[in-house]
Design a binder for this molecule. Structure first.
Ligand code: Z5A
Length: 207
């Protein structure tokens, strides 16, 4: 059995990850590829419970270390029960956020050490890395404006503008560090243009 491909979608709030995951899934299925769409944090029953712990606002502040470890605890469950089994069965896995989000939010946003994240990445993932990462990039204000229309903010969405600027910078740094894997897509253009760019990049994997 040929192992499937692992594609991740990344970017700040409201850049269009969820919208475009559905679009890419349909596109790949039109090529008779079996696709599993999933997300992080989450993707399994236990990991979705951890997601709720991470996104809900609590009276007790979550420490930065607890936040980082909960992200990787959810990821360990997700890899073991969803990602690895699907790839081994030859399915393609499309994931809304993965470890680049940890580098961006916990590393960039919270100023945590990148070397600590690297250590956890090796521990939890072993050799697993995405085959392709689509980084949707737009000015922070554009994404926030889109998300604002949705109403109530979660624990991350309630952060200050400067936090999201740091997240964006850290994502762009990840793209510079891994140009083979991470493809930058300009997300502040009409959806049809974004999707044209996505198809162009994904086409390389289909060849
Ligand atoms: N987090 C972390 O800290 N560390 C980690 O390791 C991981 C995650 C894995 C949950 O993520 C939180 O977890 C997240 C980071 C943290 N923090 N926050 N906030 P999430 O993925 O659930 O949260 P999100 O980024 O806020 O997702 P989102 O708000 O759903 O954004 P999106 O999926 O990128 O956007 P969308 O829902 O597809 O689109 C938003 C709206 O814009 C919608 O109305 C679309 O129709 C519209 N849209 C999309 N594209 C366009 C274009 N091109 N033009 C116009 N309108 C558009």
């Amino acid at each position: 059995m040929i192992r499937g491909k692992f594609i991740t979608l990344e970017g700040g709030e409201g850049v269009g990850k969820t919208t475009n995951l559905a679009f890419i899934k349909d596109y790949l299925q039109s090529y008779d590829i079996s696709v599993v769409g999933t997300r992080e944090p989450g993707g399994t029953v236990l990991a979705e419970k951890i997601r709720n712990l991470l996104l809900d606002k609590h009276s007790e502040a979550i420490s930065e270390n607890a936040e980082l470890l909960l992200m990787f605890a959810a990821r360990a469950q997700h890899i073991k029960h969803v990602v690895e089994p699907a790839l081994a069965q030859g399915k393609w896995v499309l994931c809304d956020r993965f470890t680049d989000a940890t580098y961006a939010y916990q590393g960039g946003g919270r100023n945590m050490r990148m070397s600590t994240i690297e250590w956890l990445e090796d521990l939890v993932q072993g050799a697993l890395r995405p085959d392709l990462t689509l980084l949707l990039d737009a000015p922070v204000e554009t994404g926030i404006e889109r998300v604002r229309e949705r109403g109530a903010f979660d624990r991350f969405e309630a952060e200050k503008l400067s936090f999201f600027e740091q997240v964006r910078r850290a994502y762009l740094l990840q793209a510079e560090l891994h140009p083979e894997r991470i493809k930058l897509i300009k997300a502040d253009q009409p959806l049809a243009e974004v999707q044209r760019a996505l198809i162009e990049v994904i086409g390389v994997l289909l060849k």
